[in-house]
Design a protein around this ligand. Structure first.
Ligand code: ZN
Length: 243
C-alpha cells in the first residue's frame, strides 16, 4: 500500500495539480487539512481532493473557519479577509463536505491530525511542542500539517527529548521499530520554510519509508488569480518567497 501525503493546499490549484501529477501511482491519499483559505481556487481544490481515490482527510482550522465553525478572531486580518472571500466562493455541497471532515483519522499505523495532540489545532514548531503530541498519540506515527514547514520529529521509546529534522529540500524517512515519528509533509499551497516549491510526500507502508519531495509549479499564475480576486497582496507575494 502506498499513500500520497498532502496538506495545506489552501486553494492553490496550480500547486495542487503539480503535486497530483507526481502522485499518479499511489494507492490512496492522506490529507492533513486546510484545503481552502488564502488561495484563489477553494471550490476547485475541494472538488479535486474529494475525487481522489481512497482519500482520508481531516479538517484544518481554515476549513472550519470557512464554514463558520472556527473563531475568525484567532486569524490575522489577511487570513481572515481571505476566509470571508473563500466562504463566498464555496458551494453548499463543498461546505457540507468540509463540515463532515473529522478532527483526527486513522490509516494503517498512522494517525492524521491537522496540528497536534491533544489539541488538534495547536502548532508543533519545536521538540518541546512535539513532546506533548508524542505523549498523547496512541501509535508510533502521526502525520500533521498546519505549520507549513516540512519536517520530522522522532524519539526512541523511553527517551524524552525528540529530535527535529528539517526537510525543506526533501528527503527520506526510514521508519524504524522502537522509534516514534511525527511527520509534517509540508504545505502544497503556501510553503513557509524558505522553499517556494510545493511540498508533499509518499508513504510506502510495506517498505516502511516516507519520501518527502518538492515540486516547482506555476507560482505566477496562482499569484495572478489571487490579484484578480483582490485577495490581500501579502498573501500572494509570499508564494514566490516560500515564507
Ligand atoms: Zn494551513
Amino acid at each position: 500500500m502506498s499513500y500520497g501525503l498532502i496538506s495545506d493546499i489552501h486553494g492553490n490549484l496550480e500547486a495542487l495539480e503539480a503535486v497530483l501529477a507526481e502522485l499518479k501511482d499511489v494507492d490512496g491519499f492522506l490529507c492533513m487539512g486546510d484545503l481552502v483559505g488564502y488561495g484563489a481556487d477553494p471550490e476547485a481544490c475541494v472538488e479535486r481532493v474529494r475525487a481522489l481515490p481512497k482519500v482520508i482527510c481531516v479538517a484544518g482550522n481554515h476549513d472550519l473557519a470557512a464554514i463558520g465553525s472556527y473563531d475568525l478572531s484567532r486569524f490575522n486580518p489577511f487570513a481572515s479577509a481571505a476566509i470571508v472571500w473563500t466562504a463566498e466562493q464555496l458551494s453548499q455541497e463543498n461546505k457540507d463536505y468540509l463540515g463532515s471532515l473529522p478532527r483526527t483519522a486513522h490509516a494503517d499505523s498512522a494517525l492524521l491530525v491537522h496540528g497536534s495532540l491533544p489539541q488538534e489545532m495547536a502548532y508543533i514548531t519545536s521538540p518541546n511542542e512535539a513532546r506533548m503530541c508524542f505523549d498523547a498519540m496512541p501509535g508510533d506515527l502521526t502525520l500533521i500539517g498546519h505549520t507549513h514547514v516540512t519536517e520530522c520529529y522522532r524519539t526512541r521509546r523511553g527517551s524524552r527529548i525528540p529530535e527535529q529534522t528539517a526537510l525543506s529540500s526533501g528527503g527520506t524517512i526510514e521508519l524504524k521499530k522502537d522509534v516514534r515519528y511525527i511527520v509534517n509533509p509540508g504545505a502544497i499551497g503556501q510553503p513557509r520554510d524558505g522553499n517556494a516549491a510545493a511540498s508533499f510526500a509518499t508513504w510506502d507502508v510495506e517498505a516502511g519509508a516516507i519520501d518527502v519531495r518538492r515540486i516547482a509549479y506555476d507560482v505566477e499564475r496562482a499569484q495572478a488569480k489571487m490579484r484578480e480576486a483582490h485577495l490581500p497582496d501579502s498573501l500572494w507575494e509570499r508564494l514566490s518567497l516560500g515564507r
